[in-house]
Design a protein around this ligand. Structure first.
Ligand code: EPZ
Length: 419
């Protein structure tokens, strides 16, 4: 098992560049299935979820490779529409390949991606939307076989602004017959980036950035070179890290416009922010103040993906705070590990009540999911002594090199590879 060793490091100081967005590049890689030829994704993050998506594309007969420009994806030799179970079930977002496969191959076959530690991760909304467009599914023993002779545009209202469902709807519509109107769409920046990528490839998507997307099906899409934007969740991770450690850091390429709800919370904690262009200075002079209640919401509300890092920060803040998790059913997993480090946290249904402590104590910890793992590394930095965090492969799904990043910010963090 690979382990991260973290020394209690005091206030973070330094500057950092943010990697490309995981949750933007994954649907864009799925969109490449719709485009015969080679697309180039610049600023693509080197993370294991991208590797997994590349393996899935290669299992379909596509080729992927990295060069000095970024990640190249050539789908001209795509011939297989059945996805390997071990890859699909290792990454929930593999479901995002369903729409493009039905659009390009008129058929698709994959296993249920399954739930994970943060929640059940059902796909009922994905299947319902695609059926509305003419797809037919046969489901046996957790295996999905889909057929779509011709996907046809229609008007569909999503029961919930699900990110993945919105993305599958967009991917199924851009080359469908006629016009599709998607209502109650997710507004997340990553959905908007997918639309910009597809429009650059020749799609006709209107209403980008609103909850109503109008998509005119086109005959063909063309290969593009596209720059992946900075990852707002990774940026938010280091913003909270500066707050939790009473540090002073600079983030060179901050997607500030996508972080309003996050910056609002850190200002309530007493953080000073100054922005020049995309260079954000984050300075926490005193111990962070508690925040009475933070509720995770769909974009532009507070992102569920920063809820764990927020919990670590509130665990060392001055006073009593509450977090309400409204997106996933089981996303307070790290509370138990933080309590072992001396934090005072009580879980009551969807709410976590946190009484901030001046000190956390080093511990041997286990990551159970991507964002929880990152929050445990931050807890180790805040703690006294040397912590070890196991299962750090979860963290590598979404962070290129969290140890490198934190070392840039002055923390003593290193990965120990154990056979
Ligand atoms: C995306 O997941 C992100 N993943 C998640 O980030 C993020 O937490 C989530 O959106 C919410 O912002 C990627 O973009 C790859 P949803 P997704 O569909 O699309 C329920 C990370 O750490 N739901 O918006 O799966 C679902 O159970 C990951 O980077 C259904 O009930 O999220 C959840 O409660 C974690 N039926 C809620 O909707 C469905 O068919 C929101 O899920 C689909 C979803």
């Amino acid at each position: 098992m690979d382990i991260i060793h973290v020394q209690g490091s005091g206030p973070l100081r330094g500057e950092i560049q943010i990697q490309g967005s995981k949750n933007a590049v994954l649907p864009i890689l799925a969109a490449a299935v719709l485009i015969e030829g080679t697309c180039c994704l610049k600023n693509c993050p080197h993370i294991s979820d991208v590797n997994c998506m590349c393996r899935l594309l290669e299992s379909m007969g596509c080729s992927t490779y990295w060069d000095e420009d970024g990640l190249k994806v050539d789908t001209s030799t795509l011939k297989e529409s059945r996805l390997p179970k071990e890859l699909v079930t290792s990454m929930r977002s593999s479901i995002i390949l369903l729409g493009p496969l039905l659009a390009r191959c008129k058929e698709a076959s994959l296993d249920y991606p399954g739930g994970c530690v943060i929640g059940d991760r059902p796909i009922d909304m994905h299947l319902h939307l695609l059926k509305e467009m003419g797809a037919v599914f046969t489901i046996q023993n957790e295996h999905i076989a889909g057929l779509a002779e011709q996907l046809t545009g229609t008007t569909i209202r999503l029961p919930f602004p699900s990110v993945g469902t919105t993305e599958n709807g967009i991917l199924a519509s851009v080359m469908a017959k006629g016009r599709t109107t998607l209502l109650n769409c997710a507004l997340e920046p990553e959905v908007q980036q997918l639309c910009h990528f597809l429009n650059a490839a020749g799609a006709k998507i209107e209403g980008v950035g609103t909850d109503c997307l109008r998509i005119e099906g086109v005959e063909k899409l063309y290969p593009v070179t596209y720059m992946i934007e900075a990852d707002r969740i990774v940026a938010g991770t280091y913003i909270f890290s500066a707050v939790a450690t009473m540090g002073r850091i600079g983030i060179l390429n901050t997607p500030v416009k996508e972080l309003d709800s996050v910056l609002e919370v850190v200002k309530q904690m007493g953080c000073r922010l100054s922005l020049e262009g995309k260079h954000l200075e984050v300075w926490q002079k005193e111990r962070p103040k508690a925040v009475s209640l933070v509720q995770t919401q769909v974009y532009p509300g507070f992102p569920t993906d920063l809820q764990s890092v927020l919990m670590t920060t509130l665990a060392v803040s001055d006073g009593e705070s509450q977090i309400e998790e409204n997106i996933f059913s089981n996303r307070f997993k790290i509370a138990g590990e933080l309590v072992r480090m001396g934090a005072e946290i009580r879980i009551e249904g969807r709410r976590a009540r946190i009484k901030g402590k001046e000190k956390l104590y080093a511990m041997s910890l286990l990551a159970e999911d991507l964002r929880g793992g990152a929050a445990l590394v931050l807890a180790g930095i805040c703690a006294q002594g040397n912590s070890l965090i196991g299962n750090c492969h979860y963290i590598e799904r979404g962070y290129e090199d969290i140890c490198r990043d934190y070392r840039f910010l002055g923390a003593a963090v290193e990965k120990i590879v154990r056979s």
